[in-house]
Design a protein around this ligand. Structure first.
Ligand SMILES: C[S@@+](CC[C@H](N)C(=O)[O-])C[C@H]1O[C@@H](n2cnc3c(N)ncnc32)[C@H](O)[C@@H]1O
Ligand code: SF4
Length: 372
């Protein structure tokens, strides 16, 4: 019997150094807390299992922070405890400085099936501008180590749009990532976003230019398309069959459990999130209390809007019959096998197009009036 997909997200909030652009919940210089944190994660999982039935996971995602800072034995303890289907996709985010054959082999032996390597750029100048700890290690050898680790699939992350990055830097990064013998079957490419509270956020002269971002996105999509990668979500491309199962669960409003500080979950139409602070998380869990900070039930309109936004950002798009007249969106949407899908220009303006499609759907349904 094939059950509904179910994911488990595990947040690992430890990094060697904080990158200038990053607003994810993570801490530097507290590596002595790794063991304590993993035991709190196990306690949180046990408490959840006492309250509700947790189906075996079809995907597990160790995100960060830097999950590859955790010793393989700690990742193993977690994987032993998380009930999984036999063919479960288990992704672990990997920073370049942690790529080591024995370490990766140990993760794979514990059940990791997919690595996501944070390359960001291969240009030392761009890496420095981003405030990255690594300085453009030899990607050929990193890729060879990851590809020969026994993992079933892997991905590389790139960030585009740093001030000081030139088209040549981006093209050289793309060439280094996909031009070698061990190219990743999956690539995520993010436009640099300016987050509040980060060093990047505080320096307007370092903010990316919107037109440059648009141009770079076009370069990336054209380059990867020519190399056999298909976009399947605005920021994600893969070789056929290597789409991330866990990401697709998010984009289809599927169910997942979030473990750890700042982790989010979604079950039975309810979104919930844990306390963001690592110390509060540890205190609560160690005192036998729930680390949950809040939850919300999504109302019908926001649920529908969210579903539309999530689906329209993917290659699946939306069924043509859901949307009648899209004449004003010509150039941004294209009909493909009975479905409307974003064009390259549409993907660049995804948020705006989603608003307009929502408005068009609402006016079609209710003669222009929303029901609330
Ligand atoms: C959770 S992060 C961390 C993964 C891992 N620690 C690393 O640095 O490679 C996952 C990805 O989000 C992307 N990212 C983080 N902050 C970003 C930002 N402000 N703008 C664009 N992409 C960002 C990076 O590409 C990063 O690899
Ligand atoms: S981008 Fe990765 S390594 Fe850098 S601070 Fe964020 S989580 Fe840590």
């Amino acid at each position: 019997v094939s059950a509904e997909p179910f994911g488990v997200y595990v947040h690992i909030p430890f990094c060697a150094r904080r990158c200038d652009y990053c607003a994810f919940v993570t801490y530097v210089g507290v590596d002595e807390l790794h063991g304590r944190y993993v035991h709190a994660l196990l306690a949180e999982l046990l408490a959840v299992q006492r309250d509700q039935r947790i189906p075996p996971a079809s995907s597990v995602y160790f995100g960060g922070g830097t999950p590859s800072r955790l010793e393989p034995a700690l990742v193993d303890e977690l994987l032993v405890a998380i009930p999984r289907l036999q063919d479960c996709e288990v992704t672990l985010e990997l920073n370049p400085e942690d790529v080591d054959p024995a370490r990766l082999a140990a993760y794979v032996a514990s059940g990791v099936t997919r690595f996501s390597l944070g390359v960001q750029s291969t240009s030392p100048r761009v890496l420095e501008e981003l405030g990255r700890v690594h300085a453009g290690e030899d990607l050929t050898s990193l890729a060879a180590t990851v590809a020969s680790s026994g993992v079933a699939s892997w991905s590389a992350d790139l960030i585009v749009g740093a001030v000081g990055e030139r088209d040549e830097d981006l093209l050289a990064s793309l060439e280094a990532v996909v031009g070698g013998a061990d190219r990743p079957p999956h690539i995520s490419c993010y436009l640099l976003s300016v987050e509040k509270g980060t060093p990047l956020g505080r320096h307007p002269e370092r903010h990316p230019d919107e037109d440059v971002l648009a141009h770079r996105y076009e370069l990336v999509d054209a380059y990867l398309g020519a190399q056999g990668y298909r976009w399947y979500e605005v920021s994600n491309w893969s070789l056929p069959g290597h789409e991330s199962r866990h990401n697709q669960l998010y984009w289809s409003q599927g169910s997942y459990l979030g473990l750890g500080c700042a982790a989010h979950g979604h079950r039975g139409g309810e979104r919930s999130w844990n306390v963001a602070s690592l110390t509060t998380y540890l205190k609560r869990v160690e005192a036998g209390q729930s680390p949950r900070a809040g939850f919300e039930r999504t109302d019908e309109h926001s649920k529908r809007f969210e579903a539309l936004a999530l689906r329209l950002r993917t290659r699946r798009g939306i069924a043509a019959e859901e949307l009648g007249d899209v004449a004003e969106l010509a150039g941004y949407l294209v009909e493909c096998e009975g479905r409307w899908v974003l064009t390259r220009s549409g993907r660049l303006l995804a948020n705006e197009i989603i608003q307009r499609v929502d408005a068009a759907m609402a006016s079609e349904e209710g003669g222009g009036a929303h029901d609330h």
